[in-house]
Design a binder for this molecule. Structure first.
Ligand code: HEM
Ligand SMILES: *[C@@H]1O[C@H](CO)[C@@H](O)[C@H](O)[C@H]1NC(C)=O
Ligand SMILES: *[C@@H]1O[C@H](CO)[C@@H](O)[C@H](O)[C@H]1NC(C)=O
Length: 518
């Protein structure tokens, strides 16, 4: 067991919803929170609603994107529904997502308000901020510390961790989620705080993981919808939400600890000259603005919260794709061996010469986007689209699953095929930064460059040294692998069997030597 082992938190807390719903129904009945405004134009088409709970009962709560995808086929590319008293539209086309979330971003850039943010101590969470000054401040600091040029000096840090990942994979026997999370978590802690993870008794990684699990639990889409719809929830008698209340307390405690301690450690190290390069150290050496400093604490913690599940999921999707599509794997390795010297490891400097590898990265994010429903935006004014009325305060979801399965854009969409992203002469098509997997408009993922660099480096290092293949049974027959994804806001492949084989022993020897000299 280690600090990365999934705790069974979701099971522990699943009773909260069950207890919560009766309380909510009685509240709704009492306060008639579901009363609708009269709208001047028709709402977009959608499934007929039920009183009180709206369409919540019709939802596949494990994989709502499949329900929404089916609705998209039945009712159109923009669907209106009402869940627990909230207006919601679900967009299933890239063109409409761009029209509304990009071009009309002045209206479509807020988030549904979740009144429990303060109670959970998660008010620092960038993802949840409504559009406004605090959000702009956060995004400014994100760009300042993670902008593309700035990350060049971090290439070496990415490489060192990717090399460690390769060794860990060679040694792996169990679920690959562990080495994938070790890679992203320790890389993030190194880049953000210059912090060297100390394994299972690490003072920061453990609480950070616990906070992440609680936050995810408290903020699952259904729950978020619930809280949004019922601001009075904050005043509910505690018997309704006893479990959630104690969780929120723990969440507050962890958040306070993690906002303070790792940051203060960097400051102390800077004072005695022992700090190594990190985003926080860079920031502190450049800025003495107190307001910015508070934001930087939040941003630093957000890199962990926002980065770990998403990036490790993408890495696992890559690994399983390489097992299922050995031709793709072989072509990528051939590209690396053509560009990078036989006894050298690829590095981010080689990235422009390796377009096929970049195409794989894009395809990973298309084929199984880690956040299939993205994050809800919310409108801050009434709007009209193609004759349909979209009320102020509507939650707006882009169903990335539908975008990825649009057969007009991605023929044979179930197939993992990096060449979709290449021109006939092997160059990358268009700009990567616009990948739908990173969201839309003014809320586009601010960690995307970090995600690109960390994943690119890991993929390149793995392919340069190892071949990943099916595991074999005791008779030497290959064990079939089936792609099955977990449920949740951020999805990842269920555990799968695998085998690794060293295909370049010169590079492997280098990595082993590096590990031994640590
Ligand atoms: C493969 C990896 C990743 C994927 C697929 C991903 C995807 C997303 C998506 C879909 C959103 C919502 C965008 C929207 O509302 O339109 C988002 C927001 C966000 N992401 Fe990422 N992300 C990844 C990695 C990261 C990393 C590494 C970080 C931190 C360095 C990060 C930090 C954030 C933050 C702070 C937000 C909230 C932005 C806001 O609300 O304005 N993400 N991400
Ligand atoms: C790999 O596994 C072996 C045996 O379990 C262990 O002795 C060795 O220390 C491991 N190497 C690394 C780099 O973790
Ligand atoms: C410098 O400060 C850090 C953080 O307080 C501490 O852990 C470390 O031991 C100190 N090192 C020296 C050489 O004083």
């Amino acid at each position: 067991m280690s600090w990365f082992q999934q705790q069974s938190l979701p099971m522990l807390y699943s009773h909260i919803l069950a207890v919560g719903i009766p309380c909510i129904i009685s509240l709704v009945a009492a306060f008639r929170l579901t009363r609708k405004r009269a709208y001047p134009l028709p709402l977009p088409p959608g499934p007929p609603g039920l009183p009180f709970l709206g369409n919540a009962l019709e939802l596949d709560t494990k994989r709502p994107w499949l329900t929404y995808h089916a609705w998209g086929k039945k009712y159109g590319k923009i669907v209106y529904t009402r869940v627990l008293g909230i207006d919601m539209i679900i967009i299933s086309s890239e063109a409409i997502a761009r029209e509304l979330l990009d071009r009309r971003s002045a209206i479509y850039s807020s988030r549904p308000v979740i009144p429990t943010n303060e109670m959970t101590g998660l008010a620092f969470n960038t993802v949840l901020l409504p559009y406004g000054e605090t959000l702009k401040q956060h995004r400014r600091i994100f760009h300042q510390v993670l902008r593309v040029e700035a990350s060049v000096s971090y290439y070496e840090m990415y490489s060192r961790h990717a090399n460690e990942l390769v060794i860990n994979l060679l040694n792996a026997t169990g679920d690959l989620q562990e080495p994938a999370q070790v890679y992203t978590a320790s890389l993030i802690m190194a880049v953000t705080y210059g912090h060297k993870a100390r394994g299972r008794d690490d003072p920061f990684l453990d609480p950070a993981q616990e906070l992440l699990e609680i936050a995810k639990h408290l903020l699952s889409p259904e729950r978020a919808a619930m809280f949004t719809a019922f601001p009075l929830l904050a005043k509910l008698p505690s018997w309704c939400f006893r479990g959630a209340y104690s969780l929120m307390g723990r969440c507050r405690e962890l958040a306070q600890k993690l906002l303070k301690e790792p940051f203060n450690e960097v400051r102390a190290q800077m004072a005695n000259g022992t700090a190594t390069q990190s985003l926080v150290a860079d920031f502190l050496s450049q800025s003495d603005n107190k307001a910015d400093e508070e934001t930087m604490r939040a941003v630093a913690l957000m890199i962990y919260i926002g980065g770990i599940d998403t990036s490790s999921s993408a890495l696992l999707i890559f690994l399983i794709a390489m097992i299922l599509y050995p031709d793709v794997q072989a072509r990528a390795r051939a590209e690396i061996d053509q560009v990078v010297m036989h006894d050298k490891m690829p590095s981010l400097d080689d990235r422009p010469s390796l377009p096929y590898l970049d195409a794989i990265f894009r395809e990973v994010l298309r084929w199984q986007s880690p956040i299939p429903l993205g994050m809800s935006h919310a409108t801050t004014a009434d709007d009209v689209y193609e004759g349909y009325f979209i009320p102020k305060g509507t939650a707006v979801m882009v169903n990335q699953w539908s975008l990825s399965r649009d057969e007009d854009v991605y023929p044979d969409a179930e197939r993992f095929d990096p060449t979709r992203h290449l021109t006939a002469d092997g160059k990358l098509k268009g700009s990567f930064v616009n990948h739908f997997a990173f969201g839309h408009g003014r809320r586009t993922c601010p960690g995307r460059f970090f995600a690109e660099n960390s994943l690119w480096t890991a993929m390149a290092a793995i392919l340069a040294v190892l071949r990943i293949d099916h595991a074999k049974d005791s008779n030497g027959n290959k064990i079939e692998v089936k792609l099955e994804m977990t449920a949740g806001m951020v999805i990842r492949p269920q555990p799968f069997r695998y085998s690794f084989e060293v295909v370049n022993s010169a590079r492997e020897a280098q990595l082993q030597a590096m590990m031994n000299s640590k």
